[in-house]
Design a protein around this ligand. Structure first.
Ligand SMILES: Nc1ncnc2c1ncn2[C@@H]1O[C@H](COP(=O)(O)OP(=O)(O)OP(=O)(O)O)[C@@H](O)[C@H]1O
Ligand SMILES: [Mg+2]
Length: 235
């Protein structure tokens, strides 16, 4: 659970489906709290019944929720400091949290004031950087893999990166990290009809071509009903 993942790629390339794969897994894991922030509102909405927090296209509320996560993070670090360790385990009594953000670009560039966008960015970067050791995991997706949205200081905090089809080599490098195109790994080479295929960079490795599972809305609704049931039983 100590891994964050960034998903990027051109519109309609499979980012939200991929994010859904991960959120679905977490939904069925009764020891994970889901915090979902979705600039498009409708992509993560099917998971709202099992989410601890759900935020749609509302940057003010998104900032509030991120601030609360940051406070929780500080508390957990204090706990680690008191117990002389640097990583949380299951025995610490904290629940794992999956923070999923779909349409990162919406919050970083398209809505609210410049100050709000900056605040959102700083909070998210802090959570991505400090969250993983204490059980707060981020999965974030962005449609506009440009340098102003996916700043290096944010991108580099993600140890897993998944690039779906990109329209340019430079977009691919922005998601995976500079230099992979020159070594022959460009998400521009993914054929447009191969929806759901992407290049996955997993920690120190090399990017590898993968394909996500495709859950249609009926699958997701069924899965969420089951997750609600499992979570009630586990409570
Ligand atoms: N693994 C897959 N297998 C088959 N089809 C897929 C797969 N992943 C995605 N698709 C198809 O591609 C469509 C677009 O996928 P998705 O909504 O994930 O794109 P996106 O990258 O999030 O787009 P946007 O940038 O507009 O939000 C899906 O509705 C589905 O039809
Ligand atoms: Mg999407």
């Amino acid at each position: 659970m100590y891994r964050n993942i960034l998903l990027g790629g051109e519109p309609g390339s499979g980012k939200s489906v991929a994010q859904g794969n991960i959120v679905s897994h977490a939904a069925l894991s009764t020891d994970v709290d889901l915090i979902l922030i979705d600039g498009k509102l409708v992509e993560l909405l099917p998971y709202a019944p099992v989410a601890k927090q759900f935020v749609g296209n509302d940057i003010r509320k998104a900032i509030q929720v991120l601030k609360a996560v940051q406070t929780e993070m500080d508390e957990r670090y204090l706990h680690l400091a008191r117990t002389g360790r640097n990583k949380i385990t299951q025995n610490d009594g904290y629940r794992a949290t999956l923070l999923a953000v779909d349409e990162l670009a919406y919050f970083l560039a398209s809505t609210g004031t410049k100050e709000q966008q900056e605040e959102f960015f700083v909070l998210l970067r802090d959570i991505v950087a400090r969250g993983r050791a204490i059980g707060i995991i981020v999965v974030a997706a962005t449609q506009r893999p440009s340098a102003d949205i996916v700043k290096t200081s944010l991108r580099d905090q993600f140890s897993y990166r998944l690039a779906f089809r990109c329209s340019t080599d430079s977009s691919s490098d922005i998601i995976l990290g500079t230099g992979w195109v020159s070594e022959g790994h460009s998400a521009k080479d993914i054929p447009p009809e191969e929806l759901g295929q992407g290049l996955l960079l997993a920690e120190g490795g090399r990017p590898r071509r993968i394909k996500t599972a495709y859950l249609v809305r009926d699958d997701i609704d069924r899965l969420v009903r089951r997750a609600v049931h499992l979570r009630r039983a586990a409570a």
